[in-house]
Design a protein around this ligand. Structure first.
Ligand code: MRU
Length: 369
């Protein structure tokens, strides 16, 4: 995507060709600043504190984290240490483990002297693959938005509700759920996006709203609990969200609050679509409720809100009584029965095992990833 006319990816090599540059998302939308990562530890820190976040982007960052580790020390011990450190940063999104497993499987058989170059090559490929995947998701999802526009007689904008940030900041470029929206906008289809603020970290209010605004897409930020009301009043044509892990039968684990939107969508006959890249499918799992570890983050994200003061300082303010316990479950599970369809890079399918296998036939008789 372009920032002030300059094509920008959320992660890229620095001009020196070895350090990695990411956008520090903890500063958005108040400041746009790149952060230089020079070690695997810095990559792990960036993932842990969510300078980078979003399932595909944390996978790409972990891949480059391994390249940075191999540049310093290409030994077996250093490879295993860096892999374990990176995988331990966040538990829910499967892309992180997928990227680390993919990298380590390719690096382990190589002589140590060849590992750094191979790691940089593969990390770059993972990034390019992510962009290609999201471009394809965008064009498949565009067909659904165009159909909604035609169903409305082309008389008004298509109203899409989204949750969290599944845009280009959450991936290497384009995004998953937002890719169809950008493509619809670019194709001249009028789109308006209801952006859930997405407490506690406000990825919707801070990141999705910023992205959409930069691209010129009409949007309105709403509090997380407004979605049901909007749907009851016919103000949402379709919901479109991303996912951090999708099981082989189409259960979807995504940012906490997604499930409640899917329930409201079902009650109001609003289509509920989930956009996902292939690496987000966990073929080893059927039942998301019992099988996916749900990240529990620091309670301070709930007890405090971070924002920017009028004089431009970032500040955290407490919003709960100091002695009230808080809980911070970061993701929830939307059962497949509430999902109208999955939008993948290979096309659109029902959220069922058969639906996914129709797009990924190579997974037939291969239950394990
Ligand atoms: O906690 P985050 O911000 O990493 O969570 C991100 C999401 O839940 C996104 O919706 C998901 O990763 C899909 S992003 C393409």
């Amino acid at each position: 995507m372009k920032i002030d006319g300059v094509p920008t990816r959320s992660i890229a090599l620095a001009a020196d060709g070895w350090a990695v540059e990411v956008i520090d998302q903890t500063l958005l939308p108040h400041a746009f600043a790149k952060r230089r990562l020079e070690t695997a530890e810095a990559a792990a820190e960036a993932i842990r504190v969510m300078r980078v976040r979003g399932a595909p982007l944390i996978g790409a960052t972990a891949a480059y984290g391994l390249a940075l580790a191999m540049r310093t020390d290409p030994s077996d011990a250093a490879l295993e240490h860096a892999a374990q450190m990176l995988v331990a940063t966040r538990p829910t999104a499967i892309n992180l483990r997928w990227a680390v497993d993919d990298m380590t499987a390719r690096l382990r058989p190589l002589p140590p002297g060849e590992r750094a170059a191979a790691a940089y090559r593969r990390a770059a490929e993972i990034c390019d693959e992510d962009v290609a995947i999201n471009t394809a998701i965008g064009s498949h999802g565009l067909d659904l938005i165009r159909a909604a526009w035609q169903a409305a007689g082309r008389a008004r904008p298509v109203n899409v509700l989204t949750h969290c940030n599944a845009g280009w900041l959450a991936t290497v470029d384009w995004g998953t759920a937002l890719a169809p929206i950008y493509m619809a906008h670019d194709a001249g289809i009028p789109v308006h996006v209801w952006v859930d603020e997405t407490r506690p970290r406000n990825q919707g209010a801070a990141l999705t709203a910023w992205e959409l605004g930069r691209h010129g897409v009409a949007h309105t930020v709403v509090v997380d609990n407004a979605g049901g009301h909007l749907m009851q009043h016919g103000l949402v044509d379709l919901c479109l969200v991303g996912t951090d892990r999708t099981t082989s039968r189409g259960d979807v684990c995504n940012k906490v609050g997604t499930y409640l939107k899917a329930l409201a969508a079902r009650d109001n006959d609003v289509p509920f679509y989930v956009a996902l890249p292939g690496p987000t499918i966990d073929w080893t799992l059927e039942d998301a409720l019992s099988g996916i570890p749900i990240e529990e983050r620091d309670g301070r994200e709930v007890s405090h809100v971070i924002g920017c003061t009028d004089d431009g300082r970032m500040a955290a303010v407490r919003i709960t009584p100091p002695d009230s316990p808080v809980a911070n479950h970061a993701f929830d599970v939307t059962p497949a029965r509430l999902v109208t369809a999955l939008i993948t890079e290979r096309g659109v399918c029902p959220a069922t095992r058969e639906g996914l296998l129709s797009l990924y036939p190579e997974r037939h008789n291969r239950p394990l990833a």
